[in-house]
Structures are given as C-alpha cells and as structure tokens.
Design a protein around this ligand. Structure first.
Ligand code: FPP
Length: 253
C-alpha cells in the first residue's frame, strides 16, 4: 500500500520535532541596499529583489505550520530616507498587495498590516486594506507586514488609548495590567513572537515589536535579505530548536 505523504514539518525539517517549530516568527529584513550596491545597481533594486525572498519565506513558513509571520517592511524611522526611495517603497508595497492576492488565497493566508497604516499614501493604504479584507476569513498562517511601524510608537499609542478610556470612565486605572496593555496594541490577537530573525549581520532590534518579542530567541544571519530563501529560514529554525528557553525560570529534569 502506498505510504501517506509525511506532514509538512517532516518533509522540510526531519530533524526538528513538530513542537519545536516556532508558532510565531518575526523577521527584520535588512541588506537590500547593500545587496544591490554590491552588484553595482541602485539601492532600490534590492527592495524589488526582496519580494522573491518574502514569497519563498512566507510559503515555506506556512508549509511548516508556523502560525504567524511578521515582516518589518517599513519603520516609522524609514520616512527619513531619500524621498525617491520612500516613493518607490510605497509603490512596491501597493504592487505587492495586489500581485500577491492569488498566492495568499491559494495558501489560505490571512494577510494583515501592523502600524500606522492611515498615514500611508492613499493608493498604498487602500490596496493593503483590500488585501486584508479579501483574506479575513482565511484560516491559514497570518502574514503580517509591519508598516509605518515602531515599537515605541505602538506602546505610546496603546498608553494613550488606555488613558482615554480611563478619563471617559470606562476603565479603572487600577485594573491596568499586562493583559490590558497587550489588548490595546495594534493587533491584540497577535501572539508573542518566539523567534526573531535579522538578516545582514546587524545585531539590533531597531524598534521592532518591543512588547511581543520580550522572550523571543534572536537569530542573526549574514545573508542579505534579497538572498534569503527557505533554506535560510530552516537554518534559523534549527538554531532556535536547539536553544533552551527558560522564560526567566529554571529548566528542571
Ligand atoms: C532594509 O534594506 C529593508 C527594508 C527597508 C524593508 C523593505 C523590504 C522590502 C521592500 C522587501 C520587500 C518586502 C515587501 C513586503 C514588499 P536596507 O535598504 O535597509 O538595506 P541596507 O541596510 O543594506 O541599506
């Protein structure tokens, strides 16, 4: 009798037990500019090339059973880049939102954004919102783009929201605890991140998901984002699976 195909995790990572696959991964995609400059091209070409990396990584993560993949695509600080680069990135994001809809649908992915989306150019924001709307009922992996996102801004926005609720008499300040603050973040359903991957060697968090990465494991690779492929994701997950996570406690046994 023909053997049933193994589930996805076995197919990709036979050496990693299913329970060691991180449920939530965040990626700081870095090195687009350096990759393009190395080839003698304009920096912005690196951003375009980075889309192939997003596609391959998201597909592989979904196949592995990762529940949430959050990509740092544009920070609140990125507005300081040259105007032409910002404009290019906004167009690229709009195109990404439109072009990836069939792939998102095929894989049952829930597409979401995280950040101050209302401040993006109208056409970019509208296409991103449309992709969110179209995929809202999908039940596969959540693919989240952090856009016009800053961890400190998110925490300040959450604090302001709680303060407004308190002033309006809807919230007792004494009841504000970690759960209340987590519930006031941009996406209250977002789970804690298990693994943060940063490409292009930099050992920094750069204001990415400050609340949600409190106990995340960090893996930094020297691979530049446009060269990042599923094999690099698998290598990071292998490294993660070999770590001992203690969450501030002790490991017994
Ligand atoms: C950093 O490279 C990368 C970004 C500014 C994030 C944007 C990522 C993309 C556009 C990839 C495609 C993704 C989507 C979702 C459309 P950098 O320019 O900081 O590189 P450098 O450090 O080498 O200059």
């Amino acid at each position: 009798m023909a053997k049933a195909p193994p589930p996805f995790p076995d197919r990709h990572l036979p050496d990693v037990p299913v329970e060691k696959i991180p449920a939530s991964i965040g990626i700081i995609m870095d090195g687009n500019g350096r990759w393009a400059r190395r080839l003698g091209w304009e920096r912005i070409k690196g951003h375009t090339a980075g889309i192939d990396s997003v596609r391959d990584t998201a597909r592989a993560a979904a196949e592995l059973g990762v529940k949430e993949l959050t990509l740092y695509a544009f920070s609140v600080e990125n507005w300081k880049r040259p105007r032409a680069e910002v404009t290019y990135l906004m167009r690229l994001l709009r195109r990404f939102a439109v072009d990836e809809r069939p792939e998102i649908e095929r894989n049952g992915i829930q597409f979401r954004t995280l950040g101050r989306i209302d401040d993006l150019p109208d056409s970019t924001r509208n296409e991103l919102r449309e992709s969110e709307r179209l995929s809202v009922d999908n039940d596969g992996m959540v693919l989240r783009l952090a856009l016009n996102y800053g961890g400190r801004t998110e925490l300040a926005d959450a604090a302001r929201h709680l303060a407004e609720e308190a002033v309006a008499g809807r919230l007792d300040p004494a009841s504000i605890d970690e759960a209340a603050l987590a519930g006031a973040l941009y996406d209250p359903s977002m789970r804690d991140v298990d693994l943060v991957i940063r490409t292009a060697s930099e050992m920094r968090i750069s204001n990415f998901l400050l609340w949600q990465i409190s106990y995340a494991e960090l893996v930094v690779t020297d691979v530049l984002w446009p060269e990042f492929r599923r094999e690099n994701l698998f290598a990071a997950i292998r490294e993660y699976a070999g770590r001992e996570r203690r969450f501030g406690g002790l490991v017994t046994g």
